[in-house]
Design a protein around this ligand. Structure first.
Ligand code: ADP
Ligand code: MG
Ligand code: MG
Length: 211
């Protein structure tokens, strides 16, 4: 265990409370296009993380923290999203180490996580999945690799906006991956729950960093 990272702790607390607040909304979006449990899977992940935070110190190395989170979601989240987030977090983990966890490293970690989700999940942007929020957000986040420090916050805020717009835009998409692909498009006019959850998570992270 390295030193406790108060900021990382705060971010996780905010992400968890946000997901718990959105549980019913995510379930009802998933009822329109899937099996109605997307809020529950995210709430299970949130509760597992909250419980873990009460009993452990957050590892000082962010990569190790991401591996812990990967294990928790793999074990406790369930659903497609549990497996997909576990892939994401595992791939992201190796990009942020104790010596290398600046904004550029986090951007690369998000990029690697998204690529792993694409590769192993087999979906692409436009298929009405989490990727429709994640991919545009990550494209924006990659600007952190070259952005000067005083421009970082506006990149983060723009990435949140891209995720929100991408998630809302899934209303218009025919699902090509996941359970929703078994439902005719004309019946779905609501956004994809997984994409909305991604936007909520990124929003919670950046809101905490703004404070
Ligand atoms: P399940 O569909 O197993 O009940 P959840 O309800 O927790 O799982 O999650 C559903 C969400 O997972 C969908 O709204 C979609 O955003 C996302 N999803 C499903 N399949 C994929 C995939 N192959 N790649 C990325 N995201 C996906
Ligand atoms: Mg579901
Ligand atoms: Mg399910």
């Amino acid at each position: 265990e390295g030193p406790l990272s108060p900021l990382m702790h705060k971010v996780l607390v905010k992400v968890c409370s946000t997901l718990l607040e959105r549980q019913e909304e995510l379930n009802s979006l998933d009822r329109a296009c899937g099996d109605g449990d997307c809020g529950n899977t995210h709430a299970q992940a949130a509760k597992a993380i909250q419980q873990w935070l009460q009993n452990h110190k957050v590892p000082g190395c962010p990569g190790r923290l991401l591996l812990v989170l990967a294990g928790l979601v793999q074990e406790k989240m369930g659903g497609s999203s549990g497996a997909l987030y576990s892939l994401f977090l595992t791939a992201a983990a190796s990009h942020v180490t104790e010596g290398q966890s600046n904004a550029a490293a986090w951007a690369s970690a998000m990029h690697a996580g998204t690529q792993a989700m694409r590769r192993y999940g087999g979906a692409d942007p436009g298929d009405r999945t989490m990727l429709d929020a994640l991919c545009p957000a990550v494209d924006e986040l990659m600007k952190l690799v070259t952005a000067p420090p005083d421009a970082q916050m506006s990149v983060l805020q723009a990435a949140v906006q891209k995720a929100a717009t991408g998630a809302e835009g899934t209303r218009l998409l025919q699902a090509k991956a996941g359970r929703a692909s078994y439902i005719a498009t004309d019946r779905v006019t609501l956004p994809d729950p997984g994409a909305m959850a991604v936007a909520a998570i990124l929003g919670a992270i950046v809101e905490t960093l703004e404070e």
